[in-house]
Design a protein around this ligand. Structure first.
Ligand SMILES: [Zn+2]
Length: 91
């Protein structure tokens, strides 16, 4: 009779632990989810910003020779005429 009571108590205790664990897990995942959403939002805005910056850089930057303004290249390098390092031009 006493043994049964102990077993029932243990089962109840385990049930209580499971309920507490599930509750903690649920609220924990909820908090983690909102955190993750915030992180993703932040990441997206960062990616958008960097993409916009990259676009600005690629669209704005041509490389010209300081000695030959007619030499314009889209990539950084050296002037094919004099070998001078090309400098970025704003237009
Ligand atoms: Zn040159």
């Amino acid at each position: 009779m006493k043994k049964r009571l102990v077993i029932i108590t243990i089962i109840l205790f385990i049930c209580l632990l499971i309920v507490v664990w599930l509750h903690g897990k649920y609220t924990g995942s909820e908090a983690a989810r909102s955190k993750t959403v915030k992180k993703i939002d932040h990441k997206i805005s960062t990616i958008e910003n960097s993409a916009a910056d990259e676009q600005k850089q690629t669209s704005a930057k041509n490389y010209v020779c300081p000695k030959h303004p007619s030499v314009i290249q889209s990539q950084h390098g050296k002037c094919p005429r004099c070998g001078e390092t090309l400098i970025p031009s704003e237009d």
